[in-house]
Design a protein around this ligand. Sequence first.
Ligand SMILES: O=C(O)CCC(=O)C(=O)O
Length: 221
Amino acid sequence: MSLVIQPSLFGSSGDLGLADLGAAVERRQLSNGAWIDLRPGFVTAADELFDALASTVPWQEERMHMYDSDVRVPRLLARYAQGETLPHPVLDKARSALNAHYIEELGEPFVSAGLCLYRDGSDSVAWHGDRVARESARDTMVAILSLGAARPFALRPKSGGPGLRLQIGHGDLLVMGGSCQRTWLHAIPKTARCLGARISVQFRPHWGNDLGKPTGDARDA
Ligand SMILES: O=C(O)CCC(=O)C(=O)O
């Protein structure tokens, strides 16, 4: 599949690398034992990483079964299972930094990486909790590194009530933790605003599954 992505012009300068986690990570408690951590600017000079991933990752278009027909998943995907070489050394460094920061609380390392490419505002992911984790009684974490266009990241409690919309920008880190996958839902809604492409990298611990592969439900609609 050929994919044309304009080289990023998000305007980051300096050297590609990682900023510290530590005290720069800000935690926000949600209801029902869920929480999110935010670390804006975790990846420094992130343009280079965006461009490298956009042009070198073997992005796949997937289809899912919905309402008796096969429909196109509205984003491109790539998955790196435990032990597979990640597509950029900065992602290895990011995973190591996340493991150093979270291993005690998480009790296990982040191992896999799922990558999504939202080509424009019509690419999206519908409300969902990550498969496997949403069915497990155990708390867990998903760490998401966001590159490119700042798309709203929406969260709402499964049981109803007010949610929130975060603007996660170029190089920012968001970690969903505690019961978030089973008691809250998250989504990247479609938008008519012309924002450009976004890449997200989701680091997950080993859940004994195939990296949270969509099950063919409505999550990508
Ligand atoms: O792109 C994102 O930040 C979220 C991706 C996501 O929720 C998923 O792939 O399960």
